[in-house]
Design a binder for this molecule. Sequence first.
Ligand code: ATP
Ligand code: MG
Length: 140
Amino acid sequence: MEQTLIILKPDAVKNKHVGHILSRIEQEGFNILALKKVHLKDKEAKKFYEVHKARPFYKDLCKFMVSGPVVVAALEAPGAVEKWRKLIGATDPAQADANTIRKLYAESKEANAVHGSDSEKNAKNEIKFFFSKDELKGKL
Ligand code: ATP
Ligand code: MG
């Protein structure tokens, strides 16, 4: 079994797509290990996206991620990292395949509905970033 960290971004929450996306997650066979709604602080968004610090979109991305609440979850499935990335589609919804989550629900390249970890190692770190040991209750 493998885990991944996902975020339903402020646009998905604002547009009331949370129920649809969580339903799709269950339909696709993921197990939801942990789940919560949070409103990130500026400092937290900057830390989470630190890998993109040098990219031109970093500042705007951080601003967007604190613009409203998000829903974060740790998911489990065989090959969860790749399975989720395949299900969400390309970063830019205009380039995303039909029926992917970003194609169905994203607003734009920045407000693209969801995040997914890009490797098993980053997934572990990102899950720990959002969930305490107690919240995970030995699930990792
Ligand atoms: P994520 O990490 O959120 O799952 P990703 O791996 O598809 O998305 P990254 O390249 O890691 O994409 O970029 C992180 C996030 O930064 C994107 O999801 C998007 O919200 C934003 N982003 C990326 N490229 C651009 C861009 N050119 N313009 C505006 N926002 C961008
Ligand atoms: Mg990424």
